[in-house]
Ligand binder design. Structure first.
Ligand code: KG4
Ligand code: ZN
Length: 356
């Protein structure tokens, strides 16, 4: 049985996507770059809780162990065999090199065994390509923000995966700032979802925090100042008047921190769209799961901005976004050789790089 596939679809337009850049292993089957047929994933988060973070060597081995089974699960869920897959796309950079090697090796094996194209995908560009999932037509050009654990940058997206860097953070990524703020408040890792949950019950105005660069006309973010200001609030300036970290105090601190980060992310997104003369904006990456950010973006959309916002499961790391961008690259003939080598860093620095 073919789940979710209309009978007129060309079966060879199905891409198998593989994502293994950090500790989550994910596999997806996506048709025509937008229709998700099946997804399967495995998290190693519980294994790493005891270590207090990701152990790269263990993560790489975990990917190798789970990938063959996950590919089969995804095929079974879609009611397909590998014979229906037209190309294999894999997140090849940036990421933990051992983790990337596991995914790239699995992708090469499938491509070589089936004699189908292998497509290398940039993980950051894929976070923006996630706007294609479930949406047949995506308007280009648009301005995109990728806000994740390691990245907070703005791009002019000319085509899927063809991105001109407009600017971004000069220090922490937004997700990293959420995680550090949560650690400062004793909330544990990953901090983003915990701050998100508590912020809904807090009052952002009780202890306001600073917003860097908000009123200038540069596409720059900085979260060092808001993080330090939060730390001083928690400890109390000169040790006097520390924040009472009872339930209400925590909720207020989370609401205030989240509001400051959202103001900066959205303020610069609107500025970038104005500067580029576009009315469509896209947001991807794990921070795009944040309910406060989504509500604020929805409010901007109600004022006339066209908003492309993936479902939360396609904002955090996933393989459907890899398959989607892989499809577009494949259609453009941008396929990789079997000697493809993954890279720990991508071409996404703050130097005006173009991703393609
Ligand atoms: O995109 P992602 O899954 O992985 C990377 O490529 O980095 O992003 C993970 C980041 C973490 O820093 C996490 O705290 C943050 O996204 N995050 C959130 C939320 N959910 C995940 N930040 C704020 N609010 C959330 N609901
Ligand atoms: Zn990511």
């Amino acid at each position: 049985m073919l789940l979710g596939r209309p009978c007129h679809a060309a079966p060879m337009a199905i891409v198998l996507g593989i994502e293994s850049s950090c500790d989550d292993t994910a596999v997806a089957l996506v048709e025509d770059g937008w229709r998700v047929l099946a997804e399967a994933s495995a998290s190693q988060a519980d294994d790493f809780a005891a270590w207090g973070g990701v152990v790269p060597e263990l993560a790489a081995r975990g990917h190798l162990a789970s990938l063959p089974g996950l590919i089969q699960v995804a095929l079974d869920r879609a009611g397909l065999t590998l014979a229906a897959v037209g190309a294999v796309a894999v997140g090849a950079w940036p990421g933990l090199i051992g983790s990337l090697l596991s995914g790239v090796t699995a992708a090469k094996l499938v491509a070589a065994r089936r004699g189908i194209p292998l497509v290398a995908v940039d993980h950051i560009a894929a976070h923006l390509a996630a706007v294609h999932l479930g949406r047949e037509h995506v308007p280009y050009p648009h301005v995109g923000l990728v806000a994740s654990g390691g990245h907070s940058h703005y791009y002019l997206a000319r085509e899927p995966g063809r991105l001109d860097l407009l600017g971004g953070t000069i220090d922490d990524a937004a997700g990293e700032a959420f995680d550090k703020a949560a650690a400062c408040l004793g909330l544990g890792y990953p901090g983003g979802p915990r701050i998100d949950a508590l912020a809904a019950r807090g009052d952002a105005r009780r202890r306001p925090l600073p917003r860097s660069f908000l009123t200038d006309d540069t596409i720059r973010l900085s979260f060092a100042g808001v993080k330090t200001a939060l730390l001083y609030q928690v400890r109390g300036p000169l040790g006097r008047d520390p924040l009472t970290l009872d339930e209400a105090g925590l909720a207020d601190a989370c609401a205030s921190f989240q509001a400051a980060v959202i103001d900066c992310l959205v303020g610069k997104l609107l500025l970038a769209a104005r500067q580029q003369g576009v009315r469509t904006v896209a947001v991807g990456g794990g921070v795009a799961c944040n309910r406060g950010l989504r509500a604020r973006l929805a409010a901007e959309a109600a004022r006339g901005l066209a908003l492309l916002l993936p479902e939360p499961i396609h904002c955090t790391d996933n393989a459907a976004m890899i398959a989607s961008l892989g499809y577009h690259r494949w259609q453009r003939g941008e396929v990789a050789d079997l000697d493809l080598a993954p890279l720990p860093t991508g071409g996404t620095g703050l130097r005006g790089a173009t991703l393609s």
